[in-house]
Design a protein around this ligand. Structure first.
Ligand SMILES: NC(=O)c1ccc[n+]([C@@H]2O[C@H](COP(=O)([O-])OP(=O)(O)OC[C@H]3O[C@@H](n4cnc5c(N)ncnc54)[C@H](O)[C@@H]3O)[C@@H](O)[C@H]2O)c1
Length: 330
């Protein structure tokens, strides 16, 4: 039995989704679509999928599942259309660009009796999952404090322009991870930001967080780094509890390519190309989606829990704009 699937949006990430599904033994990549017809033709030729000019035609086909890899602000319209068409949905993060839109998507999925998995890739990252396990109450005790960092380079900010924001493109990962690992919701935030690259977005955002269980946290987000930053990003996570602690540091992936001019790094875990296929956490995430959908078993994260991150992002944006602490409204 194979999962008949289509991919909508074939940019940086959707093209990778299409490659993973086309290579999966239990998936059949039936169709692909992008507003850019040349891109659609290119990915169709690469994967053997049928090219569609309009996502509505792909949703009207006999696919059972759809992967939506559109810019963040376009998730709502297409995810609701997919839910209403009765498709099982893999929706790239963030669920939506604000909490109201995210709730409308979840309501459409529930009203149509469908299933949806949000692409929170850290839930398939070998290290973050082990931090989650190490933070189990019987090992960690009570969480005292947490810290999360995700920093990237200027070319990412310039590529996305106003189509996303640092909070929605990168920040959702750590907000979801912090609430998941702390086993507690963020209730209050105080954020500051700077906008210097002129893309219409914040380029750095730091925030203090309060959790329902009494823990406090720090978020450190930036895509203001020069493009020479090795690997193009830095991420880190730590949680300290009353009995133990866990820490991960992705500054150094331990892989270097050196020539006479410079040293560069490599991707050892996200979506490296290994032996001609996309591997790493993305491949594991999509493998989980295919298998859990075909087996009818729950996804590692229920879509209602995925929704929990979005009101926190709204509160962070509001606090960064107003300069005062903001309660998270659920
Ligand atoms: N989990 C992760 O680590 C991760 C990494 C990168 C991107 N993402 C997410 O994936 C999504 C896509 O990001 P990206 O970096 O690939 O963006 P991108 O801009 O590279 O690609 C988006 C594509 O969607 C197409 N598109 C726009 N409107 C369309 C429509 N109505 N119909 C069909 N195609 C349309 C565009 O032409 C473009 O090719 C975003 O939600 C982003 O947050 C997740």
């Amino acid at each position: 039995m194979k999962l008949r699937i289509g991919v909508i949006g074939l940019g940086f990430f959707g093209s990778r989704h299409a490659r993973v599904f086309s290579d999966h033994l239990s998936a059949e990549l039936v169709g692909v679509t992008d507003l850019d017809s040349a891109r659609t033709a290119e990915v169709a030729a690469l994967t053997g999928a049928k090219p569609y000019a309009d996502y509505k035609d792909l949703l009207a086909s006999d696919i059972e599942a759809v992967s939506i890899c559109l810019p963040d602000r376009q998730h709502e319209e297409v995810a609701i259309a997919a839910a209403e068409a009765g498709k099982t949905i893999l929706l790239e993060k963030p669920l939506a660009h604000n909490a109201d839109a995210a709730r409308r998507i979840v309501e459409a999925v529930d009203a149509n009796g469908g299933r949806m998995m949000v692409g929170h890739i850290l839930r398939h990252d070998l290290r973050y999952v082990q931090v989650y396990e190490a933070a189990a109450p019987e090992k960690l005790g009570e969480p005292i404090h947490l810290r999360a960092k995700r920093n990237g380079v200027r070319s990412t900010a310039r590529r996305l322009g106003a189509s996303s924001s640092i909070l929605f493109y990168m920040g959702v990962h750590d907000v979801d991870a912090m609430q998941w690992i702390a086993r507690s919701r963020i209730t209050r935030v105080y954020a500051q930001k700077r906008e210097i690259l002129g893309t219409g977005n914040e380029d750095v955002l730091y925030a203090m967080l309060s959790f329902a269980n009494g823990a406090i946290g720090i978020l450190d987000y930036s895509w203001a780094w020069p493009d020479g930053l090795m690997n193009g990003f830095r991420s880190a996570f730590e949680i300290v509890g009353t009995r133990s602690a866990a820490e991960l540091d992705v500054a150094d992936q331990g892989l270097y390519f050196v020539d006479d001019a410079t040293t560069t790094g490599g991707d050892t875990h996200l979506w490296p190309e290994i032996n001609g296929r996309v591997a790493g956490a993305l491949a594991d995430e999509l493998d989980h989606f295919v298998k859990a959908t075909l087996r009818g078993v729950p996804y590692v994260q229920h879509h209602h829990e995925a929704l929990d991150a979005i009101p926190v992002l709204d509160a962070l944006a509001e606090s960064a704009s107003t300069g005062v602490p903001v309660e998270v409204l659920r």
